[in-house]
Design a protein around this ligand. Structure first.
Ligand code: ZN
Length: 391
């Protein structure tokens, strides 16, 4: 009886504690400083909730409420998101939000990209939103007055929007589909990069395209293991063959690992950025928590997170499925470290299921690995021709 009561209390108390919102202090807002890069802001106070955006180390947020694990951050009037307490430090408690002023916005066109520099002392959160060929950039807690701020070389395909609010909006109108974009934090503010879509030679679509291949796992991270095979080994074998195949078709290719070694997830995406790649492909073999489910679910599947990467994921899946004859495991929307980058265009490929005896046998065979490599390369070519071939 007593034991039941304690168990009951234990199971009920944490729920109360986490749902009850508390004030952040005697003043309305707590000023939070973000402790590490890639810190997610989430839609709900839950580690599995949708990520709204990611923050740089040193970013500044204003929280108005808290529970035991999360701060509620007010992005603008009535728009709330959540950040885990372990990723931030309270700097001060203040009665009113601080807004920064945008001092200057300057634009530059290079042969393969547009660059917009937004000078502000602010370290606020920002969000990108893809809308077809267009891209919206919103920087919160910033005020912008184009009659006060300096604006240099504005291109016609950029538009300032929402001028009276406490956020800065820049809209990019693309005449062709998006091909990678990112915001970096520099000395004086934010630097937006929007890649132009490539000019495609239909006979040789991969010419001049830069691709980073990421063989999943490595070292003591074996990935999935079945039938005496380790996923990390098959990932590397296929990636090496894919590298030759892509190079043969005119692409420039780099690999996040060429040996059996451990590489951090964000080191992989940083490497792709550092190489200024157009496309990032992470190569994996799938499994399931319960191997018995493989009777229902197996085959070729691809994963993307940003809309711009969906046609790439779809073309690779279609091409791989046709070449291998495997079951269709879909073009899946998923938030992974290797699908989240917006520059390069990023897709994760699950060639087959290592826990399925037929597929495991197929993907570990050298000749079939060449078929897989060819099919992925063909899928990338199809994506480029389909998406950008008529530019
Ligand atoms: Zn894997």
């Amino acid at each position: 009886m007593k034991k039941t009561l304690i168990l009951l209390l234990l199971s009920v108390l944490p729920v109360f504690a986490s749902e009850e919102l508390q004030d952040v202090g005697i003043s309305k807002y707590a000023v939070l400083e973000v402790l590490k890069d890639n810190t997610p802001l989430r839609e709900k106070a839950d580690e599995f909730a949708t990520r709204v955006t990611h923050l740089f180390k040193d970013a500044v947020l204003f929280a108005d409420k808290q529970n035991d694990k999360y701060y509620r951050v007010e992005l603008k009037d009535g728009k709330y998101v959540w950040v885990n307490k372990k990723h931030v430090e309270v700097q001060a408690v203040i009665p009113e939000k601080r807004f920064d002023n945008i001092e200057k916005v300057s634009f530059k066109e290079e042969h393969d990209r547009y660059i917009a520099k937004i000078n502000t002392p602010s370290k606020s959160a920002f969000i990108f939103k893809e809308d077809g060929n267009n891209l919206d950039f919103t920087l919160f807690d910033n005020r912008f007055d184009p009659t006060e701020a300096e604006v240099k070389n504005k291109e016609n395909n950029f538009k300032f929007a929402n001028l009276i609010s406490n956020e800065f909006n820049l809209e990019y109108q693309g005449y062709t589909p998006l091909f990678g974009y990112i915001a970096d934090r520099g000395e004086k503010g934010y630097v937006l990069t929007i890649k132009k879509s490539p000019k495609i030679n239909k006979k040789r679509p991969l010419k001049h395209i830069k691709i980073v291949l990421d063989p999943g796992h490595g070292g003591d991270e074996k990935g999935a293991v079945a039938f005496n095979m380790e996923e990390k080994t098959i990932n590397l074998q296929i990636s090496k063959k894919l590298k030759s195949e892509l190079k043969r078709r005119g692409a420039k290719v780099y690999m996040t690992r060429t040996k059996d070694k451990k590489v951090g997830l964000y080191d992989r995406t940083a490497f792709a950025r550092q190489k200024d790649a157009d496309i990032l492909l992470s190569i994996h073999q799938n499994s399931l928590p319960n191997p018995k489910d493989v009777y229902k679910k197996h085959g070729v599947g691809t994963y993307y997170y940003n809309k711009q990467a969906e046609p790439l994921a779809r073309n690779i899946k279609d091409s791989l499925k046709e070449a291998t004859g495997f079951m269709d495991d879909g073009v899946n929307y998923a938030s992974f470290a290797l699908t989240r980058p917006t520059l390069p265009v990023s897709v994760l490929v699950e060639c087959g299921y290592i826990i399925d005896s037929y597929e495991a046998n197929y993907i570990s065979n050298e000749k079939n690995q060449k078929i897989i490599a060819k099919a992925i390369a063909k899928g990338v070519e199809n994506y480029l021709t389909e998406t950008f071939g008529n530019n």
